[in-house]
Design a protein around this ligand. Structure first.
Ligand code: ZEM
Length: 269
């Protein structure tokens, strides 16, 4: 990677630790930003994806699925101000890559070359419609519909879901609450270990349906539990719970592919 991108990476790395914010690190929300910027891709119409950085514009900016990502984008503004030549689309995806690596995850293949759709004259039809990102309240067939539309298979789906080893749910963003693991700022295969080895029951509360472990400290979304309820997903979850290296290799490949969906590069870099 060219030195100027390494310089951006090191400035992103420098702002990750943040006392008083969640578990003290912006990495998880940067990874979610990179994922939501990319996960709108539709292979049939070749629309959506990280190219264009369309999350700056309505309706994508106000998609309820993107609640809280305005904060992630704002945290990156000082980096953008310092390196004004970089596109938002490259910056947001690079922030996700940098966070995975800085939190102890695998090296993610990433190449620059995304450009930003200009704000001037932007129309709603230039922006992917809301509703393309997965709905945590649903099950395996919905997950497959969404990720197959992006061009992923079952193994990719399970590998990508392992990102939930990091971060947490916020009642004021998604309505859900809590972290998936005891180490939400350390990349690991803990998410799969928890899914397989812990006991998950419906949480009794006023919020949306989610699951909790016997301590009540950890959580799973309905879509997370779908991964051990589905006969094809479950063996992959079990494999990653036992084989951290296999998860890291598959995650790196799938996350790199996700960030590149629909990217049209102007010139060879
Ligand atoms: Zn998530 N995710 N996600 N995810 N996600 C949340 C948080 C995070 C789903 C989902 O609904 C939610 C992937 C797949 C799927 C991360 C990364 C990746 C939250 C909590 C929800 C509700 C948001 C909040 O309240 O702040 C669903 C349904 C998914 C697929 C079926 C994939 C793929 C990811 C990356 C590769 C991360 C890192 C977080 C934690 C964010 C944070 O702020 O801590």
């Amino acid at each position: 990677m060219a030195n100027k991108y390494e310089a951006v990476k090191s400035d992103i790395k420098a702002i990750l630790k943040k006392d008083g914010y969640d578990d003290g690190n912006l990495g998880p929300v940067f990874i979610r930003l990179a994922w939501h910027a990319s996960g709108t891709y539709d292979k049939h119409t070749k629309t959506g994806g990280s190219d264009g950085a369309t999350m700056r514009f309505a309706p994508e900016s106000s998609d309820p699925a993107n609640a809280g990502l305005d904060k992630a984008r704002a945290f990156l503004e000082p980096v953008k101000a310092k390196h004004s030549w970089i596109s938002y689309a490259d910056l947001w995806t690079l922030a996700g890559v940098t966070a995975v690596e800085a939190l102890g995850g695998p090296t993610i293949p990433w190449a620059p070359g995304r450009s930003d759709k200009p704000a001037k004259g932007i129309k709603a039809s230039d922006v992917p419609p809301n509703g393309r990102l997965p709905d945590a309240a649903q099950g395996a067939s919905h997950i497959r519909d969404v990720f197959y539309r992006m061009g992923f298979d079952d193994r990719d789906i399970v590998a990508l879901s392992g990102a939930h080893t990091l971060g947490r749910c916020h009642t004021d963003r998604s309505g859900f609450s809590g972290p998936w693991t005891y180490s939400p700022t350390k990349f690991s295969n803990q998410y799969f270990i928890q899914l397989v080895n812990n006991t998950w029951t419906v949480k009794k509360w006023d919020g949306p349906l989610q699951y909790e472990d016997p301590t009540g400290e950890l959580m799973m979304l309905p879509t997370d539990l779908a991964l051990i309820q589905d006969a094809k997903f479950k063996p992959i979850v079990e494999k990653y719970a036992k084989d951290r290296a296999a998860f890291y290799a598959d995650f790196a490949k799938a996350f790199g592919k996700l960030l590149d969906l629909g990217v049209k590069r102007q010139a060879k870099i």
